[in-house]
Design a protein around this ligand. Structure first.
Ligand code: ADP
Ligand code: ZN
Length: 216
C-alpha cells in the first residue's frame, strides 16, 4: 500500500507517518529527514540543500527526485511506504508517478492533513526532535519525560533550524502557493481524502488507518 501524506508544515505529517508506519508495518520515507541526514553527514547534496532549507525554500526538483529514486531502489518498499514531504508541487507529483511507474508501482492513497495556521504555528514553535532517532516531541503537547532527552533512546532533543518564526512563515507561504494544484491533481485521480489535522494525534491516526483499510 503506497500512501502519500500531504499537508502544511506542522500538520503532523511526521508524527502521523511515523506512527502509521509502525501500525501498518511499512517504511516511512520523509524527504525532509533524508535531506537533514545529508546536511548532517556533510554530503554534496547536504551542502547544496542546507542554505535553501534554512530559508524555507524548496530544494531543486532534480536533486530531490534523484534522492527519492535512489531511496525507492531499497527493497524495503516492496509492500508499500508512507511518503511524507513529497510531492510538494504539481511537477513533483508528475515526477513521483514517473519514478513509481518505472518500478511498476503507483500511489494508492493520498491523505490531506488540513490544519489551521494558528495550530501550525503553535505546533512548530514548540517542536523538538531527537538528534539520534528522529522521534518528535512538543514542549507542551507531547513533552519528553526528562527535559531535552528522548524517551526512546536518551538522545539529545533539539529545535530544527527552520522552526523559527521567519522561516516557518516562509514555509507556509510556499506551501499555500503550491498545495491547491496538488489537491486538484489527486482529486481528479480519485485518490485524495481530507482529514482535520487540528484534532488530537491519536484520533487522526485512527482515521488514516481506517482509510488505508478501506482503500486496499
Ligand atoms: P515541513 O513539512 O515541516 O516544512 P520537511 O521536513 O518536510 O518540513 O522539509 C523541510 C525542508 O526540506 C523544506 O522546507 C524544503 O527546503 C526541503 N524539502 C523537503 N521535501 C522537499 C521536496 N519534496 N522538494 C523540495 N524541497 C524539499
Ligand atoms: Zn531518540
Amino acid at each position: 500500500m503506497y500512501i502519500v501524506l500531504l499537508g502544511p508544515p506542522g500538520a503532523g505529517k511526521g508524527t502521523q507517518s511515523k506512527n502509521l508506519a509502525v501500525k501498518l508495518g511499512l517504511p516511512h520515507i520523509s524527504t525532509g529527514d533524508i535531506l537533514r541526514q545529508n546536511v548532517k553527514d556533510g554530503t554534496e547534496l547536504g551542502k547544496q540543500a542546507k542554505g535553501i532549507m534554512d530559508k524555507g525554500l524548496l530544494v531543486p526538483d532534480e536533486l530531490v527526485a534523484k534522492m527519492l529514486d535512489e531511496r525507492f531502489n531499497n527493497p524495503d518498499i516492496k509492500k508499500g511506504f508512507i511518503l511524507d514531504g513529497y510531492p510538494r508541487t504539481l511537477p513533483q507529483a508528475g515526477t513521483l508517478d514517473q519514478i513509481m511507474a518505472s518500478k511498476g508501482l503507483s500511489v494508492d492513497l493520498v491523505v490531506y492533513l488540513d490544519s489551521s495556521d494558528k495550530v501550525i504555528i503553535e505546533r512548530l514553535g514548540g517542536r523538538l526532535v531527537c538528534s539520534k532517532c528522529g522521534a518528535l516531541y512538543h514542549v507542551t503537547n507531547m513533552p519528553p519525560k526528562a527535559k531535552d532527552l528522548c524517551d526512546k533512546c536518551q538522545g539529545a532533543l533539539y529545535q530544527r533550524s527552520d522552526d523559527n518564526e521567519v522561516t516557518v512563515s516562509k514555509r507556509l507561504e510556499v506551501y499555500k502557493k503550491e498545495v491547491a494544484s496538488l489537491i486538484e491533481y489527486y482529486t481528479k485521480a480519485k485518490k485524495l481524502y481530507r482529514l482535520n489535522a487540528d484534532l488530537e494525534a491519536g484520533v487522526v491516526l485512527n482515521q488514516i488507518t481506517d482509510l488505508a483499510h478501506k482503500v486496499k
